[in-house]
Design a protein around this ligand. Structure first.
Ligand SMILES: [Zn+2]
Length: 276
């Protein structure tokens, strides 16, 4: 059993971003626009990594940050099998042997714990729930992480939900993506969204081509021009305001696609985005 080498509440508190924060999430960039994450339960010092594609970089970051609070990485989470997400798993597991490696299928290298929709596990004091969202890939699975005591929530969406966007339908169809996005839209409104790529500028630009008067979307686009780390700074509630792939019933979406039936609107929007 892996345990933090040292647990001092005082040192943990001094490093917290807010006095009451327990869940801490650090985005770390891989390739040109992939997001990897370190998720820490500051109460226990237990940590997870999400999609550690650039294993040496992420392990180094864990080491640098961990020195301050003595984290122990106990869990590797894979959002889907695509190489730019799961391709670093084995290298990370070499650096952190014996940890739990969670994913929606065994297509992610090194996965030793396959989870299905609704499965739950603990990360220290945090609760993690798997939400199966097949479409981008059939093994795409999102992870809802919650500190119930402090009311902090985040969801790791891989390539299913991007800020103001969604993933391509590589292994699925519009009905599956609609089911996936609807499932995510049912999470509490204040759930922070941690997505798989920094695609926000392009997604917001496409959104504005569909809904030119959407003020929330304009705000997101402007923010993405200066802030290159948009992930983790907006919520599921925001997605309902600015994500055209969720807003299938608007007159603008119907007009842009020439369709009225939601699944046809979604399929057409994805086609339009593919060639945007
Ligand atoms: Zn992908």
């Amino acid at each position: 059993m892996l345990r933090p080498a040292y647990k001092s509440l005082r040192s943990l508190r001094s490093f917290s971003t807010t006095a009451s924060a327990t869940m801490k999430v650090l985005p770390v960039q891989a390739r040109s626009d992939n997001w990897m994450y370190i998720v820490v339960d500051e109460a226990s010092g237990e940590a997870a990594v999400v999609d550690p594609y650039d294993a040496p970089k992420l392990a180094q970051r864990v080491k640098e940050e961990g020195v301050k609070v003595c984290w122990a990485v106990t869990t590797l989470i894979t959002t889907h099998h695509h190489n730019d997400h799961s391709g670093g798993n084995l290298a990370f597991l070499d650096l952190h042997p014996g940890i739990k490696a969670v994913g929606g299928s065994n297509q992610g290298p090194g996965t030793n714990t396959i989870v299905k929709d609704g499965d739950e596990f603990k990360l220290g004091s945090l609760d993690v729930k798997a939400l199966a969202t097949p479409c981008h890939t059939q093994d795409s699975i999102c992870f809802f992480v919650e500190d119930k005591a402090k009311g902090q929530r985040g969801v790791f969406t891989g390539d299913t939900l991007f800020l103001a966007g969604c993933g391509r339908f590589f292994e699925g169809n519009a009905a599956e993506m609609n089911a996936a996005l609807s499932k995510l839209a049912k999470l509490p409104e204040d759930t922070l969204v941690y997505n798989g790529h920094e695609y926000t500028t392009g997604s917001a630009k496409f959104g504005l081509a569909i809904e030119p008067e959407n003020a929330a979307l304009k705000g997101l686009f402007e923010r993405s021009q200066t802030d290159k780390v948009t992930t983790g700074k907006s919520t599921i509630g925001d997605e309902k305001k600015w994500n055209v792939f969720i807003r299938l019933d608007t007159p603008e979406a119907k007009k842009a696609t020439g369709e009225t039936e939601p699944l046809k609107v979604l399929a057409k929007l994805r086609e339009l985005k593919n060639s945007f």
